[in-house]
Design a protein around this ligand. Structure first.
Ligand code: PLP
Length: 319
C-alpha cells in the first residue's frame, strides 16, 4: 500500500490527514473563465441563467487515494447533458479532463469531490433568447464529502419518505444532471421535521424515486432492485449493477413501491458522495433487524476495493 493509501473498512472509507497536502488549498480550487483560483475567489454574475433559471448541467466525480473513480462515465454523462441542453464549451473531453486533473493536483487534495459544470451564462445584450447567452464552463475540486458521516456508515442512515414528488422526466430528462432540487430540499425538511437524517421522495406514480444526491436500492430474498424511472442514472447505481454482475447477484431497475421498500431485507443508497451507504430505519421503523445487511456490507467492500483497479480508476497527475 502506498503512503497515501485510503484506510478502507467494511463500513466505508475513512479520511485522514494523509489525504490533504497542508501546504495547498484546504478549501479547494476552481477553474473559472480560464483561470485557476482559490475557491473563495470563484464567483459568477447574478445575471447568469444558471443562477436565475437553474439553467445548467453538471457532473461530479470523486478522487480517492489520489485517483479519479470512473471518470470516463462522468464525462460521458456531462457531455450528454451539454448536448441535450444545446450548450457548447470551448473544451473537448480531453480538455475537460486536463482541467479536472489540474484542479485536483493544484488543490493538493488526494480525496476530493470534483465538479465540472456549465451554465447557460448571460447575454451581453440582456436578450431573453437563450441562444444569445454565452455558456460558461467551470470546474472545481473541494475536499471529499459524503452523504453519510462515519457513524451513519457504521449503523445505517435513518430515512423518511416524503410525499414530495420528484420533477417528472417528461418535464426534465433526469439523465441531464441538474440543479432542480426544490422537491428534494423540501423533502429533506420533511425528513428533518420527522426526526430523520435524510429523505426519499416519490415519482409521479407514487413509487419511490430518489433522495437529495443519491439513488436507492432494496434487497429482498437476495435480489436487488432500484427505481427505474424519474431518477438520475447515477454512476454509483451503475457501479452497483456492475458489481452485482461480477458477484453473481441479481439486480433490476423496476418500480419500487413504498411498502416494498419498508418490507425489504436490506436498503442502501448510492452516491459519488459516499459510495454505497446503508439505511437501517425508514419512517421510524427498522429495516429488517436494524443491522447493516450482509449484501450491503459485501457490496460496500467491493466498491472501495474497486478504487484500486486500474480499469476503473485513473491516477491524478500531481506535480
Ligand atoms: N440522484 C441525484 C438527484 C443526484 O444529484 C445524485 C448525485 O449527485 C445521484 C442520484 C447519485 O448519482 P451518482 O452516483 O452519479 O453520484
Amino acid at each position: 500500500m502506498s503512503q497515501n493509501a485510503a484506510v478502507t473498512t467494511p463500513t466505508g472509507p475513512v479520511l485522514s490527514d494523509r489525504h490533504v497536502d497542508p501546504h495547498a488549498y484546504p478549501q479547494g480550487l476552481a477553474f473559472l473563465d480560464g483561470q485557476y483560483l482559490p475557491m473563495s475567489q470563484a464567483k459568477i454574475s447574478v445575471l447568469d441563467w444558471g443562477f436565475l433559471h437553474s439553467d445548467a448541467t453538471y457532473d461530479t466525480v470523486h478522487v480517492w487515494d489520489g485517483s479519479f473513480f470512473r471518470l470516463d462515465l462522468h464525462l460521458d454523462r456531462f457531455f450528454g447533458g451539454l448536448e441535450k441542453l444545446r450548450m457548447t464549451i470551448p473544451f473537448d473531453r480531453y480538455g475537460v479532463t486536463e482541467i479536472l486533473h489540474n484542479c485536483v493536483a493544484l488543490s493538493g487534495h488526494r480525496a476530493a469531490y470534483v465538479e465540472m459544470l456549465c451554465t447557460r451564462g448571460a447575454s451581453p445584450t440582456f436578450s431573453r433568447d437563450p441562444r444569445q447567452a454565452v455558456n460558461r464552463f467551470m470546474a472545481f475540486a473541494v475536499p471529499f464529502g459524503s452523504v453519510a458521516n462515519a457513524e451513519q456508515l457504521r449503523r445505517g442512515l435513518h430515512v423518511a419518505i416524503s410525499d414530495k414528488v420528484r420533477i417528472p422526466p417528461a418535464s426534465i430528462d433526469p439523465a441531464i444532471k441538474n440543479y432542480h432540487w426544490l422537491d428534494l430540499v423540501r423533502g429533506l425538511y420533511d425528513a428533518y421535521d420527522r426526526g430523520a437524517e435524510t429523505a426519499l421522495i416519490l415519482d409521479f406514480n407514487g413509487n419511490v424515486a430518489e433522495g437529495p444526491g443519491f439513488n436507492v436500492f432494496l434487497v429482498k430474498d437476495g435480489k436487488l432492485s432500484t427505481p427505474a424511472v424519474g431518477v438520475l442514472p447515477g454512476i454509483t447505481r451503475r457501479t452497483v449493477f456492475d458489481l452485482c454482475a461480477e458477484a453473481g447477484l441479481s439486480a433490476a431497475a423496476v418500480d419500487v413501491g413504498v411498502a416494498a421498500l419498508k418490507a425489504a431485507d436490506e436498503v442502501f443508497i448510492t452516491s459519488t458522495a459516499g459510495g454505497i451507504m446503508p439505511v437501517t430505519a425508514i419512517d421510524d421503523a427498522p429495516v429488517a433487524d436494524r443491522n447493516v445487511g450482509p449484501i450491503t456490507s459485501r457490496l460496500m467492500g467491493l466498491y472501495w476495493k474497486k478504487h484500486q483497479d486500474p480499469a476503473w480508476s485513473s491516477p491524478v497527475r500531481y506535480p
